[in-house]
Ligand binder design. Sequence first.
Ligand SMILES: [Zn+2]
Length: 282
Amino acid sequence: MFDFAGAPVLALAALGFLVLETRKALRKRKQPQPERMQTNVAVAAVAGAGLRWVLLPGIIAGAQLAHRRRQGLVARLGLPRFLAYPLAFLLLDYGNYGWHVLLHRWRFLWRFHNVHHTDLDLDVTTAWRFHVGEVLLGTPFRAAAAWLTGAPPGLVVFYEVFYEAATAFHHSNSKLPYGLEVRLGKLVVTPRMHGIHHSVVQRETDSNYSILFSFWDRLHGTVRLGVPQDAVNIGVPAYRDPHELTFARLMALPFTPERPWQLPDGTVPERTGSPDPHRLLP
Ligand SMILES: [Zn+2]
């Protein structure tokens, strides 16, 4: 189902966001596009193999196990399908919020997730720029989440298509009309919201963890919206030299000593003032 229905839908969605961000960009680019594209496509190709042949079968296996044995929360609750399926869909997304928090808080996992955050620009190609190690490490967690929720295998694949499409959307550099984005942002994660998650200011990177639905961040007080996009500097402060961000260096990055969260001159990026974290700015 993923290959025949999900992948073409995702390819179309990615193409759509690519056209949107090319026509109307949200943030100015800092890096020459061809080299960065090559790197992101190469990193994504390895991660994509991990996603297709390890992560996806892993999640489906977790769901099948629960389904066969009638285990997992939604099966235990005995709810009718029209309630059980939306609940399982929500819980799968909540699980991914939790996994994203872990990627940032557990230093071992951050080493891998750091590769994604080192991108100096943000666009559709960033959506698949993940170290394959992050994909492999996420497999047991996400398979366990599928098992615990008791989501049927088909729903797990259905959710995964939404997960990938949401990832493509919120990483894209598309400039949506501000009013529309404010309304959309009440339900789903938008490019402005996720742009703040990729800021060099650590307090901002350690916020806005949601993937599809944005309310998980509001629920946990991890939302941070009050930063204008032209004030967001994308990247990780200690990894800002493009010569260090080649495919080979990025593959090796998790296995090298982690640098402190500071710029090469030793300063720590900060933002003064205390903007309202609940109000999205243009
Ligand atoms: Zn992150």
